[in-house]
Design a protein around this ligand. Structure first.
Ligand SMILES: [Zn+2]
Ligand SMILES: [Zn+2]
Length: 259
């Protein structure tokens, strides 16, 4: 009875003050709870439209129709031998609306946009992501000096929301960034790998030993950052590492800015 009353008042509140879409900030009629929704409105979803055309089965870059990408594609072939993770899943290519969402998700007030983007990614790719039974979801960590001034870190927000979807454990204490690095986006490809070399540490080895790990970041370009962390996780005994990112930025494209 108490629940029914609470639900009635929540419904009434949402009718008077409907939650806003975190992207266009227009009210979402018929949605519930809170001032900012953790879902995009239908019009925004229509504009954002995740790119579900054919993609590389390893790095998730768009591939040509009917291409066989079981052993990689043009975008990842040169790196394939050094990839320590099995595969990548993303909402789409880092361009247009998806680029704008990633930039908004990084802002101090970007938590609802990051959560809504993850919800859309989940709606699109749930069957593929759920194929593997993951034991642990981990965000790409920030150095403490970077984290200190932030109200939220988008990889952490996305990872936490994804762990909830997967009903899997999440932790931001397992990995740490032990070295201050130059921003990957400011470096040429040739220096990105060495920039993040030995920058990360697995603080809790028993937590990852023999486990399947889902590593989460906001943007991936060459994959140097997630690959270096995957290398550490594998060294600590992780059985399987896969990657989820909001956007896959492509080397040489106008959107070439990621990690
Ligand atoms: Zn909207
Ligand atoms: Zn590829």
């Amino acid at each position: 009875m108490k629940q029914a009353i609470q639900s009635f008042y929540r419904g009434l509140f949402d009718l008077v003050y409907p939650p806003e879409c975190p992207y266009c900030e227009k009210p979402i009629i018929g949605s519930s709870s809170g001032q900012i929704s953790s879902e995009f409105c239908e019009s925004c979803k229509e504009i954002i439209k995740p790119d579900v055309t054919e993609r590389c089965s390893i790095c998730d870059a768009p591939s040509g129709p009917h291409s066989n990408t079981e052993s990689g594609c043009y975008h990842c072939n040169r790196n394939r031998d050094r990839f320590q993770f099995e595969k990548v899943k993303s909402l789409g290519v880092y361009a247009d609306e998806i680029k704008s969402i990633c930039l908004r998700a990084k802002e101090p007030s970007g938590r609802p946009v990051a959560s809504a983007a993850l919800n859309l990614l989940w709606e699109t790719w749930e069957p593929e992501i759920s194929q593997i039974k993951y034991d642990l979801v981990l965000p790409v960590p920030f150095h403490w000096s970077d984290r200190f001034w932030r109200s939220h870190c988008s990889p952490g927000t996305i990872a936490k929301a994804l762990a909830r979807k997967l009903k899997t454990k999440y932790s931001f204490r397992v990995l740490s960034k032990v070295k201050i690095t130059a921003k990957q986006s400011s470096l040429p490809v040739s220096r990105r790998r060495s920039n993040v070399r030995d920058a990360f540490r697995v603080k809790n080895v028993p937590a990852v030993h023999g486990k399947s790990i889902l590593l989460v970041d906001d943007i991936m370009t060459t994959g140097s950052t997630v690959n270096e962390i995957s290398r550490c996780l594998k060294k600590a005994g992780a059985k399987h590492v896969s990657i989820v990112v909001l956007a896959r930025a492509l080397k040489g494209a106008r959107s070439f800015v990621g990690e």
